[in-house]
Design a protein around this ligand. Structure first.
Ligand code: AKB
Length: 317
């Protein structure tokens, strides 16, 4: 086990709420400091935690110094759909916030910063099944902010030797903490609705096909990339892929487990965002450079989601 002190921003979000307990198991409870803006939610993750708004660079610097932080997982972000409702807020949190984290890390002598990027860095001009080096012309503020995170991360790596790494995540499906404000949220919402009401109205067309990943694979990737030997890394930001499916295919799989489940498709403004993203992505580089391999496919993920969510919601299907 490495002896490190880790700070996690956005610790109460969909990924953070599962990553923090896993990191604490692996590196020791007291070595993983959870941070977020909502103290009530932080209490549920238990100590050590610190209330940090990533717009407050002084606080970031203070916490990094106080705990002698070696590694930061910078998860705090506004997702794509919420970012389109309020691009100004998205700019503030995702671009200024990321800049603050990188600067505080540089000044505080942090060794590594891990930042999730996203398929949102791609745009309509990106060819399908893109690799790492491709056209990055996103049409959302969220996508722009993730391109900023990638380029700024690379800049800090080459200019200051700060070891910034990241993953271009597809939509992440999980049952413990719901995502908030993403375009791919339908792939999580559908499970809640199937179990609670037996019916779901998608906000995308039935042929909408996007890359997705089950949370255990996302957590595995976040830890594996962080621990990877830097000399093997050709890129700072890697594509990772789990599975790709259309909304219709997702419905069909859920029906195998909940035969009475019915759906409607009523695309809204989020359709445009979904249409600007590739339907799958090439993660060959991650497989070659740090031995990435996803464990979950659509059918196993759906079965596991339904089993765990129906227990959580206390609803038999
Ligand atoms: C979103 O839909 O905004 C996120 C993402 C793909 O980054 N889930």
């Amino acid at each position: 086990m490495m002896l490190v002190r880790i700070l996690v921003t956005g610790a109460c979000g969909q990924i953070g709420s599962e990553l923090v307990p896993l990191l604490r198991e692996r590196y020791g409870k007291d070595n993983v400091i959870a941070s977020d803006i909502v103290v009530e939610k932080l209490k549920m993750l238990s100590e050590p935690y610190e209330v940090i708004n990533v717009l407050d660079r002084e606080k970031l610097e203070k916490v990094i110094k106080e705990y002698d932080i070696d590694i930061i997982y910078h998860l705090a972000a506004i997702l794509s759909a919420k970012g389109e409702e309020n691009p100004q807020l998205c700019y503030q949190v995702n671009i200024n916030g990321t800049y603050n984290v990188l600067e505080a890390a540089r000044v505080g002598g942090v060794e590594k910063v891990i930042i999730p990027s996203s398929i949102a860095v791609f745009g309509p001009e990106t060819p399908d099944n893109p690799g790492e080096i491709t056209i990055l012309k996103p049409r959302t503020m969220y996508g722009i902010s993730k391109v900023f995170a990638e380029l700024a991360g690379e800049y800090y790596y080459h200019k200051y030797g700060l070891d910034v790494r990241g993953l271009r995540f597809p939509g992440i499906i999980s049952w413990k903490t719901p995502p908030g404000g993403g375009t791919t949220d339908y792939a999580v919402e559908v499970f809640y609705a199937a179990i609670e009401k037996g019916h779901y109205t998608y906000f995308v067309r039935e042929d909408t096909t996007l890359p997705m990943m089950y949370m255990p694979d996302a957590l595995k990737a976040l830890i594996q990339l962080m621990e990877a030997d830097n000399s093997r890394l050709r890129y700072r930001f890697y594509n990772v892929s789990g599975m790709s499916f259309s909304a219709r295919e997702l419905t069909e799989v859920i029906k195998k487990f909940i035969p009475y489940f019915t759906v409607e498709y009523k695309p809204d403004e989020r359709q445009k965002i979904a249409d600007s993203w590739p339907s799958r992505l090439d993660d060959t580089a991650a497989r070659e450079d740090w031995d990435w391999k996803p464990d979950w496919d659509l059918e196993r993920m759906a079965k596991d989601m339904i089993e765990n969510l129906s227990k959580k919601l206390r609803k038999r299907v």
